[in-house]
Design a protein around this ligand. Structure first.
Ligand SMILES: NC(=O)c1ccc[n+]([C@@H]2O[C@H](COP(=O)([O-])OP(=O)(O)OC[C@H]3O[C@@H](n4cnc5c(N)ncnc54)[C@H](OP(=O)(O)O)[C@@H]3O)[C@@H](O)[C@H]2O)c1
Length: 298
């Protein structure tokens, strides 16, 4: 689908995207690049990074890949520094790297729980922390009045509760807290905006194929308010809005892009059944004898 945004809205910006080699992170990298940004992507698998970088470069996007694990502070530091060395500055950090798998709470080992917290939450904080010096106003390549921006890719699981996702729910709840607190502290001190996007189920992503296998995907669609999954493009468009000047007053927000799914409940009655039922209830209450209230003795 064509982007509704002008192709230069991120002209001259440099973005570092963790998890930028695949899925939603790759689509954000592509759309940022198509709208004028230079793009650095980070992940653990070299082959994934290499093919993503070639795909970005074939679109004419200045792109580079850096291997690294967001759980390791030395990797975070090295990748942020390499990005600035390569492109001269850093304007946008997107934290899309995450781990996920389906498991019941009783079968999840504390170690498994910790791993997801380490990648999603501690990893996000570590990347933000290492990027601070470059994103803050007056940072390398920046003016003394304009800071950069951070975007965390979250989820909606923790708004209610999610089966077999206790680890990710906890991790993403904390990721949202990071966005709000950093927005407050770093917005005030350094002019850095910090926001999040909470995607619903997005088709054609590694996350979706792991968590909602084909066998149950078509059934799942029936419960969704818009009767469809989201596209990676939907998330990338929200990411463009938040990174561009159009989002310059948005800070500390997590934008839900889920087609209204987290609000939804299974429909127990059809619309026709509801009409019939309320007619019957109305009729019953009209026909019921009206009780005469007893006079008070006071
Ligand atoms: N897909 C959905 O429907 C959906 C819904 C809600 C939220 N989300 C969120 O959207 C984001 C992207 O999800 P996706 O489904 O598109 O999955 P994905 O492509 O598998 O995203 C994970 C990416 O993060 C990288 N990564 C994982 N652990 C890392 C680590 N320790 N250090 C550095 N990089 C690491 C992976 O590369 P390596 O393995 O090579 O490191 C991979 O590129 C995630 O934050 C996810 O929670 C997705």
């Amino acid at each position: 689908m064509e982007s509704p945004f002008k192709s230069d809205i991120l002209h001259g910006k440099v973005a570092l995207i963790t998890g930028g080699g695949s899925g939603i992170g790759f689509e954000i990298s592509t759309q940022y690049g198509k709208h004028g940004a230079s793009v650095a992507i980070m992940g653990r698998r070299k082959a994934v990074l290499d093919s993503a970088v070639s795909a970005l470069q074939s679109l004419g996007i200045p792109a580079v890949g850096f291997e690294g694990d967001v759980r390791k502070q030395e990797d975070a530091k090295r990748v942020v520094e390499s990005t600035v060395k390569h492109f001269g500055r850093l304007d946008i950090l997107v934290n899309a790297a995450a781990g996920n798998f389906l498991v019941s709470a009783e079968d999840l080992s504390p170690n498994g729980f910790r791993t997801v917290m380490d990648i999603d939450t501690v990893g996000t904080f570590t990347m933000c922390h290492e990027a601070l010096n470059y994103l803050k106003k007056g940072g390398k390549g920046r003016s003394s009045s304009n800071g950069g921006m951070i975007l965390n890719i979250s989820a909606t699981l923790h708004y209610t509760a999610a089966w077999y996702q206790i680890h990710v729910s906890a991790a993403k709840a904390a990721v949202d807290a990071l966005a709000r607190n950093l927005a407050l502290e770093w917005g005030a001190d350094y002019d850095i905006r910090v926001n999040g996007i909470a995607p619903g189920p997005i088709s054609d992503t590694p996350g979706m194929s792991k968590l909602v296998p084909d066998e149950i995907e078509s059934k799942a669609r029936e419960y969704m308010p818009l009767y469809k999954l989201g596209d990676k493009w939907d998330i990338a468009m929200a990411a463009l809005y938040l990174a561009s000047d159009a989002g310059k007053y948005v800070n500390g927000a997590t934008l839900v892009v889920d087609g209204g799914l987290w609000l939804s409940r299974p429909r127990h009655l059809s619309k026709e059944a509801v009409k019939q039922l309320s007619r019957a209830v109305e009729k019953r209450s009209r026909d019921a004898p009206v009780g005469v209230p007893k006079r008070s003795k006071l």
